[in-house]
Ligand binder design. Structure first.
Ligand code: CMP
Length: 139
């Protein structure tokens, strides 16, 4: 299994619930290391650019509004098979379908306010990590 890096965003709903530490603990329990992290407040332009792939979706404007409704925590997670492992720890996009013990089952409110984001493939992970972190800030 290759060592990979993936981007995590703890979204405004989960930051408001004060569960950043609990979510970090779930990453670590799954064998993922926090290689970089920062609390930030996305601008509208940043949220639009980050989710540009969804620009034609009916939920795009609402998603951008939600992602700019409060601070987020962006992190680079590193470990063996990190992209897949993180997606397992997060659970399904829709919390109604998320498995027991996953972050979204525990903390998500809806398909939009779903607590966390995680990269879905090696190509997107590389782009998403570079969106927030220069190589000199990842250890
Ligand atoms: P995320 O994994 O960050 O990727 C895109 C996001 O869009 C997703 O999590 C949700 O926050 C949001 N999203 C996906 N599908 C829908 C939907 N049907 N309605 C509203 N928001 C959605």
């Amino acid at each position: 299994m290759a060592t990979e890096r993936t981007l995590s965003i703890i979204k405004p709903d989960a930051v408001k619930k004060n569960v950043i530490g609990q979510i970090f603990a779930m990453y670590e329990a799954a064998g993922l290391r926090i290689a970089a992290t920062r609390k930030t407040f996305l601008t509208k332009a940043q949220a639009q650019a980050f989710y540009a792939v969804h620009a034609e979706r009916p939920f795009y404007n609402s998603l951008v509004e939600f992602m700019t409704s409060g601070p987020v925590v962006v992190s680079v997670l590193e470990g063996a098979d990190a992209i897949k492992k993180n997606r397992e720890v997060m659970g399904a996009t829709n919390p109604a379908q998320a498995a027991e013990g996953t972050i979204r089952k525990k903390f998500a409110d809806s398909i939009e306010a779903n607590a966390v984001h995680g990269s879905d493939a090696p190509e997107t992970a590389a782009v998403e990590v570079a969106f927030f972190f220069p190589a000199s800030e990842i250890y």
